[in-house]
Design a protein around this ligand. Structure first.
Ligand code: DON
Length: 580
């Protein structure tokens, strides 16, 4: 087994631990733990499978599914529904997302696109006022902020095609958690308190998130969700179409009609997820698979890796000024292209081959100077054509039979639009804000978009979600992804580089400080932990550096020599990796 970071092993400690753990832990796991001894961050280690999610209750039910013989897709779908109950700020049935499934046995990696769609009555200027100005309130906090949800159909499709459990079985833990309730952690209580103003105006949200007298729940209170339990039970009993054609669909459309929303019964009935080919690239001998449009994530992670591959990043060093400089330069160019070319490929032509080609990356790399930052004002979207021949949650799951799942789904903001469907107990997304309300006007994450991402009926809005699976020698090697709006793509990029370039174990790879550049604004955003002299060197190259809050929550796992290691991102207090 390859040793990540050549740290001396403290044999005495190892032996002591080994004798204590030997009763329950296999020799292979003990060997891996010994290898990791002396490192600062320790992943969860297991021989039979691994789950990493943003909530310990979801990790637990997913691990139970694996322990009972279910495969990674069974566990992922179970986790997806459980997160809708335990982490309503982002876990959802009222939103959408993307799932990558890699089956080593068939060699296939497929992408399930269950992104929300614009209602059929949507139109290009729907988020503009009479003067033609974009009005963000409309695309974020109204009933028209919501795209037609895809989560229930997407998870059901994944289960039907690649799982072994029935939908009712995959829903059972979520129903139990919604009915019986669970003790609230600090993060949940803080989240509701901080979003109170957005939730309180809506009767459904008041009923779900506040006590009967309107007061806040406290840490340790048992939180029950009877309306959501009833909705999940209907889906378990009648199948996923219940959400789109049954009582749940009626509750959604009643809510829309009462509040001037455009979404109709027909929009819901017409919703279908799509199977897509993932974006694919290579990086230092690894195969990288990530989400294709309507997400921009896969295209741009491959594009940035192609630019960076020719630099000796390992030699340049982790988060050195030189490394951050070339990463920022690659990021700027990718995000500039995103603003111009990316959109739903069912509606617009996207030059995918050009954007992900090594030749185009070479052209972009030639524009990068080691001595000077290129101001974003001098970077325009490139010309890849000639080569044409803000809360989300991510989880990574792998089973012992060669199947791995990388899933990111969202209702966009924390608590989406803030609107809970009355009687149905779940939040509506505000994903319509991911369209360009008007060319040149940034969305909530400061991302610009143009024609390719304008609002059109039944179109999927552009996303940055980047569920990613890296294979090595045909085997699943790294499963990762993250929330974080525009920062998703760069967070995922860094987990991948930390493992491949900097030889970090997965817990270290997700824990260490991150940086981000998205072309506009022209600044390198950094987390705590980048040294002042590094910042000074970057500034001397012409970069603007801005320290802001932590970015992403990259629940990730790795598989090497049949040993699974899981890294829960410490940026979320409820994150958890659990092995079998
Ligand atoms: O699809 C997207 O790119 C965004 N709606 C994701 C939002 C997000 O990650 C917010 N989370 N922190």
């Amino acid at each position: 087994m390859r040793i990540r970071l050549s740290t001396p092993i403290n044999r005495l400690t190892t032996l002591t631990c080994a004798s204590i753990l030997a009763v329950t832990t296999s020799t292979a796991v003990l060997a891996q733990q010994a290898i990791l001894e002396g490192e600062r961050f320790h992943p969860e280690v297991s021989e039979k499978g691994m789950v990493a999610t943003s909530h310990f209750l979801a990790s637990k039910v997913a691990r139970d599914v694996l322990a009972q013989g279910g495969n990674a897709v069974d566990a992922a779908v179970t986790a997806g529904f459980a997160l809708a109950v335990t982490q309503p700020r982002s876990g959802n049935i009222g939103g959408g997302g993307f799932m990558l499934v890699s089956d080593e046995k068939s060699g296939e990696v497929v992408a399930i696109d269950y992104r929300e769609k614009a209602p059929s009555a949507a139109f290009e200027t729907m988020f503009q006022n009479d003067e033609g100005e974009a009005v963000s309130e409309l695309s974020r906090y109204t009933h028209n902020a919501s795209g037609v949800p895809g989560t229930v159909a997407g998870l059901a499709m994944a289960l039907e095609k690649y799982g072994t459990l029935s939908l009712a079985d995959a829903l059972a833990p979520a129903i139990r958690l919604a009915e019986d309730g669970f003790a609230l952690p600090q993060r949940f209580v803080d989240g509701i308190r901080d979003t109170r103003d957005r939730l309180e105006p809506w009767p459904g949200s008041r009923k779900k998130f506040f006590k009967e007298d309107g007061s806040l729940y406290q840490v340790g209170d048992i939180f029950k969700q009877p309306d959501l339990a009833a909705t999940l039970t209907r889906i378990a009993e009648q199948g996923s179409r219940e959400f789109y054609e049954g009582k749940t669909a009626e509750l959604i459309t009643a809510q829309m009609e009462k509040n001037g929303g455009l979404m109709t019964m027909e929009d819901l009935a017409n919703y279908e997820p799509a199977i897509r080919e993932p974006s694919h690239g290579t990086y230092r001998g690894h195969d990288v698979y990530a989400m294709s449009p309507p997400s921009s994530g896969g295209v741009h992670i491959v594009q940035m890796l192609n630019i960076l591959e020719e630099y000796d990043i390992a030699e340049m060093g982790f988060n050195s000024a030189n490394t951050i400089h070339v990463m920022a330069e690659a990021m700027k160019r990718a995000y500039a292209d995103r603003s111009e070319y990316l959109g739903d490929t069912d509606f617009v032509e996207v030059p995918l081959e050009g954007l992900t080609s090594k030749e185009y990356a070479k052209e972009l790399r030639q524009q990068i100077s080691m001595d000077k930052a290129t101001p974003s004002s001098e970077i325009a979207p490139g010309n890849p054509l000639p080569y044409e021949s803000n809360e989300t949650t991510h989880f990574s799951i792998a089973d012992g039979n060669g199947m791995a799942v990388s899933n990111t789904y969202t209702i966009n903001f924390s608590y989406g639009s803030g609107i809970v469907v009355e009687g149905a107990g779940f939040l509506l997304n505000n994903e319509m804000d991911d369209f360009s309300a008007k060319p040149g006007v940034p969305n909530a994450y400061g991302l610009l978009g143009g024609e390719a991402n304008k609002v059109e009926p039944n179109k999927r809005m552009l996303s940055s979600m980047t569920p990613t699976i890296v294979k090595k020698d045909g085997k699943n090697f790294l499963v990762t992804g993250s929330p974080g709006g525009s920062r998703i793509i760069t967070t995922t990029l860094q987990v991948l580089m930390n493992v491949i370039d900097h030889d970090m174990n997965i817990q270290t790879a997700v824990s260490v400080p991150r940086i981000h550049h998205q072309w506009l604004p022209d600044e390198i955003r950094i987390e705590q932990g980048i040294s002042p002299d590094t910042i000074e060197l970057l500034e001397s190259l012409g970069h603007t550096v801005s320290r802001q809050e932590a970015m992403g929550a990259a629940q990730s796992l790795m598989i090497e020599d049949s040993i699974f290691t899981g890294g829960a991102d410490p940026r979320r207090s409820t994150s958890s990796a659990m092995g079998l």
